[in-house]
Design a protein around this ligand. Structure first.
Ligand code: HEM
Length: 311
């Protein structure tokens, strides 16, 4: 995502990349503090009138701190993008191109692929089927591109199921009604906080039978018309996520490339026994072990070639 947005190549997924680090921090703190019900002012509106320095005003101090991190992340990535203008890679990156044409600033987001990795490590049959589908299209001679998307329906099912099982924003973004309203007999006064329970919609057993099971086939063949989780996970109405197509194609591309070139399976302990990840969630999936290796010498070469193109 950083590559597309700012023209910056991330070479390590740990905390050693300063841009990845600050963006992760901004995202984590925003999600943590914006989650509905996390601060007392949601239940005790009078706290809104307490100054930040007074007892009870801690949430305001925290909000100011989070805002400063978000601003810092935005400024530093903007400066980064600006510094890329004139480089060869710049023409492929959105923000340097936008700055160059002096049109606008942009926002950044970053997705995580843990859920997908988890699903793929846990379900060897699903992964093998996806690899077979990609191999048929690319003949192992090249990496899949976005133009191959229509030819890879099973991969699409895996992506839909990944979105469904764990949507990145399970409670969406809270809104406030601007006028009195009524919904299915419920009276909703003006200024009510409305929270969309995206997680529940995607785990509704009537819409998605056995909702706890990771099953890409629920979107396959005869079930191709099953409600697409993309109609839900990005929110609704006029405040629907404006980055949805960008996010979706970026995630698809990462998933297609990883599946084409790596074998992902359960890790093994010192005795050679498979370690089955517990699949425990808190605010996200708890870290787990798995084994990721290039599928073949040819696959490793494809990855190295791609990296050297980007370097
Ligand atoms: C899988 C990735 C993503 C998910 C699941 C997601 C989900 C959401 C959701 C649920 C909302 C709230 C919509 C509502 O109020 O009903 C939202 C808002 C927003 N998203 Fe995303 N988003 C993703 C990626 C992105 C990306 C990549 C960008 C920018 C490049 C982005 C930019 C925004 C912005 C600016 C808003 C606020 C829109 C507004 O309030 O008018 N999002 N997103």
């Amino acid at each position: 995502m950083l590559q597309y947005v700012s023209g910056h190549t991330v070479t390590s997924a740990d905390d050693s990349d300063e841009y990845l680090d600050i963006i992760n921090k901004a995202l984590e703190e925003t999600v943590r503090s914006a989650a509905p019900g996390t601060v007392p002012v949601y239940f005790l509106p009078f706290l809104n009138y307490i100054p930040a320095w007074a007892p009870g005003g801690k949430y305001k101090r925290n909000a100011a701190w989070v805002k400063s991190i978000v601003k810092e992340a935005a400024q530093r990535t903007y400066d980064l993008a600006e510094s890329k203008i004139g480089e060869d890679k710049e023409e492929h990156a959105v923000i340097p191109a936008l700055i160059k044409s002096s049109t606008a600033k942009g926002t950044l987001d970053l997705e995580r692929h843990e859920i997908m990795m988890f699903g793929l490590a846990m379900y060897a049959d699903v992964y093998a089927k996806a690899q077979e589908e990609i191999d048929r299209v690319t003949c192992n001679a090249r990496l899949p591109t976005i133009d191959d998307r229509h030819a890879l329906p099973y991969l699409e099912c895996i992506l839909k199921e990944t979105y469904r099982v764990s949507s990145p924003a399970p409670l969406g973004v809270a809104h406030e009604t601007s006028e009195d309203d009524e919904y299915r007999g419920y009276w909703i006064p003006k200024r009510t906080t409305v929270i969309t329970n995206i997680w529940l919609m995607l785990h509704d057993a009537e819409a998605y039978p056995d909702p706890e099971v990771f099953c890409p086939d629920r979107f396959n063949g005869l079930y191709a018309n099953q409600e697409d989780p993309r109609n839900i996970i990005f929110g609704f109405g006029r405040r629907i996520c404006p980055g949805r197509r960008f996010a979706d194609s970026g995630i698809w591309q990462a998933m297609a490339n990883i599946t084409a070139t790596f074998d992902i399976c359960k890790a093994r302990d010192a005795m050679g026994n498979e370690i089955t990840p517990p699949g425990t969630f808190t605010s996200g999936l708890v870290r787990f072990q798995c084994s990721i290796t290039p599928r073949s010498k040819q696959a490793a070469e494809l990855i190295l070639n791609k990296l050297s193109e980007q370097a």
